[in-house]
Write a protein that binds this ligand. Structure first.
Ligand code: ADP
Ligand code: ASP
Ligand code: MG
Length: 657
């Protein structure tokens, strides 16, 4: 660790570095925090470290807040919380536990507090705040023990929750916001005290003495508030992924790192579901034009994502796909709405009265459908029932839940519609309840049933982002994929074999262009990956992919069988692999002439029928033969109606009935 002793000038620039739950939960992570802070300090910056609670602790505290009436449950949660902090304290090898035990005493005091009987929201906020108060206290002890002089700050002295005009009690205590602007006097006052500071994320002062919290995931926003307050040179969000990706990388391994985004795009990706940044954290830094960097605590050397005022990006492109679950739709049907003055005002007044913030809206002559996002609302069944009762004075109400919102984010969305045909085809097979196109032209959102979303996201990503990467071809927009980054250098080399073959490929390109080059090593490697999936007992290679004899020979050696859609393909395999047993050829033609079926049956190739026509017209040819039937399961996909693989209009497969 770089522990330089040189004093910094009072106007030395500030850097705010924020560490999330997993980044503060073990001693090695704190060593990393110490190193990162010391490096900034050695580079002449004043450092403010903002921390989350140890991972999982806010959930435990929330458990106490919700189970306030259940004594044994609260006691059990308390024990787990204490054990977590004592375990990290032990791991850190620190001498005195008083400071951390003082927060445990505070928890006990809150458990004995009369407000607990009703589980009041101000009491819940105070309970929740203990996670960050404890983690920052442990952190300060450890950093000082490591030799990095670090001053502990109470965020409630610097961040004050503001009362918003339409805010309900839930928002006021548990999802508070703070108005900040650059205050040079605070920066100077801190500078007179020291050079490295640590403060809590997530918490703020409410009124004169009370505590409020900023909503789940709100520590990012605390860092942004401090970034604006101190007009820091940058706010760094250190987390468990190396940046913002084109989709949640834990859901889509091929998600690409977004190297540079502007505030508006990052805001949109965060608001529409990417948990990596709290939605409210862009606004404060944008006003002061402080850049945000997202970095991986485990791999500080990776460049991460940079969010800046003007990313100066090239043509419009779709940058990310995000999703939110737990969405509730309220559909309001009125026969008298058409041309009726004030209908919308009437129904939305009811939402307001129940403290519910509406997210998406779709409207027709007699119907208005609105969505409620659980992260902006206290959305329990009581609130919903009361809302419906009141709405029924104006219209017929239907609640559709649980839904999910899938959002495509990119600048200039309206200019990109023609590129979305494959994506729209995917939605064609689903029950789409609502489509909304944001008026800032940055997003297009589809609300569908919640249970299909996990399977859909990777497919949409493959259809859309891969095409965008090819089209934009700009390393400044799309960085490496999560898979490549996770596998380290070896896997990057493997998945981009052409990098190691650069000279040979350039040489080939001088002979003719375009040129299609295959790597047999890659073919072999991919074949082995598939064969390793034990539950599949036979793999076929589709000749239409590429019938080159060397590829066929390589795959034959790997134990693959072959799938042919025309008699010419059957002949090509047989000419290349004269020893291949004929039953290892699967013949799956679509609208083939009678002679091709006859030839196939005569040779003993396995024949698949995907329509009844051959049997009804040429039944005798098939007498006694063993054939496969391709069944149409009623749903299918394809980039165009003519190649849709199933359903009433599909040309492939025999329908069940
Ligand atoms: P922290 O505890 O550090 O605040 P979070 O769990 O709040 O971390 O946020 C990081 C997580 O955000 C990642 O582990 C990842 O699963 C999730 N995530 C969701 N969408 C994205 C995205 N588009 N890019 C990166 N991470 C994402
Ligand atoms: N600890 C809080 C939470 O889990 C805030 C944060 O981590 O950002 O929501
Ligand atoms: Mg977070």
């Amino acid at each position: 660790m770089n522990l330089s002793n040189a004093r910094l000038p009072a106007d030395a620039p500030w850097v705010v570095i924020k560490f999330g739950g997993t980044s503060v939960s073990t001693r090695p992570r704190w060593d990393t925090i110490a190193r990162i802070a010391a490096d900034h300090r050695a580079n002449g910056k004043r450092v403010l470290i903002v921390v989350s609670a140890l991972s999982g602790v806010t959930d435990l505290l929330k458990g106490i807040g919700e189970a306030f009436a259940d004594g044994p449950r609260c006691a059990e949660l308390r024990e787990t919380i204490v054990a977590r902090h004592h375990a990290l304290f032990g791991e850190m090898d620190l001498p005195k536990r008083n400071a951390i035990d003082a927060w445990i005493a505070k928890l006990d005091q809150l458990l004995a507090d009369p407000r607990r009987a009703a589980g009041t929201l101000d009491w819940q906020a105070e309970v929740l705040a203990l996670g960050e108060l404890s983690s920052s206290t442990l952190g300060a002890l450890y950093l000082n023990a490591c030799g990095l002089t670090t001053h502990w700050l109470d965020s409630r002295e610097y961040l004050r929750a503001e009362a918003l005009p339409n805010q309900g009690a839930w928002g006021q205590w548990l999802s508070a916001s703070v108005r900040v602007r650059h205050e040079p006097a605070i920066a100077l006052a801190l500078a007179s005290r020291g050079e490295v500071f640590i403060a809590q994320g997530f918490i703020a002062r409410s009124g004169e003495t009370a505590t409020a919290v900023l909503g789940r995931g709100g520590s990012d926003t605390s860092a942004a508030y401090y970034g604006a307050l101190l007009k820091a040179e940058a706010v760094e969000i250190w987390t468990d992924v190396p940046g913002m990706f084109s989709a949640n990388p834990r859901q889509v391994a091929d998600a690409r790192l977004l190297a540079r985004l502007d505030y508006a795009e990052a805001q949109e990706i965060a608001t529409t579901g990417a948990k990596v940044l709290h939605p409210r954290c862009i606004h404060p830094v944008r006003d002061e034009r402080v850049p945000i960097r997202i970095k991986d605590t485990n791999r500080p050397e990776l460049p991460g994502t940079e969010i800046v005022w003007d990313a100066q990006l090239t043509a419009p492109s779709v940058k990310a796909i995000s999703s939110r679950k737990g969405i509730t739709l309220v559909s309001m049907e009125s026969i008298s709405m058409w041309q009726q003055v004030g209908f919308l005002a009437d129904v939305f007044e009811v939402f307001k009265r129940h403290g519910l913030s509406v997210d998406l809206i779709g409207s027709a002559e007699t119907n208005v459908t609105a969505s409620l996002d659980p992260s902006d609302n206290l959305l329990n069944s009581d609130v919903l029932a009361r809302l419906c009762t009141d709405l029924e004075a104006f219209c017929r109400v239907k609640v559709i839940a649980p839904c999910a919102a899938i959002t495509l984010v990119g600048r200039g969305m309206r200019a990109m519609l023609h590129r979305l045909s494959a994506v729209l085809a995917e939605f064609g097979a689903l029950n789409v309840h609502l489509i909304s196109q944001s008026s800032n032209n940055l997003n297009l959102t589809f609300v569908i049933d919640e249970d299909v979303v996990d399977a859909l996201i990777p497919r949409l990503h493959a259809l859309l982002i891969r095409a965008e990467v090819m089209r934009v071809g700009d390393a400044a927009v799309f960085g490496p994929s999560w898979r490549e980054l996770a596998g380290g250098d070896a896997s990057v080399r493997r998945s981009t074999w052409w990098r190691t073959q650069r000279e040979r490929l350039l040489e080939l390109a001088t002979q003719s262009t375009p040129r299609y080059v295959y790597s047999l090593d890659q073919v072999r490697e991919k074949a082995r990956c598939l064969s390793a999936l034990g539950m599949v007992d036979r793999w076929h290679y589709a000749l239409k992919a590429n019938p080159h004899p060397d590829i066929l020979r390589t795959l034959h050696a790997e134990g693959f069988a072959f799938e042919c859609v025309s008699w010419n393909e059957v002949e090509a395999v047989r000419a290349t692999l004269p020893d291949l047993p004929v039953e290892r050829i699967l013949f799956t033609p679509n609208f083939a002439p009678r002679e091709e079926y006859r030839a196939a049956l005569a040779t003993g190739v396995r024949v698949t029928l995907d329509a009844l026509h051959p049997i009804t017209e040429w039944g005798a040819d098939f007498a006694g033969a063993e054939i496969f039937l391709r069944v149409d399961l009623g749903v299918g996909r394809g980039h165009h109606d003519k190649v849709r693989t199933g359903g009433a209009q599909s040309k492939f497969g025999v329908s069940f009935d």
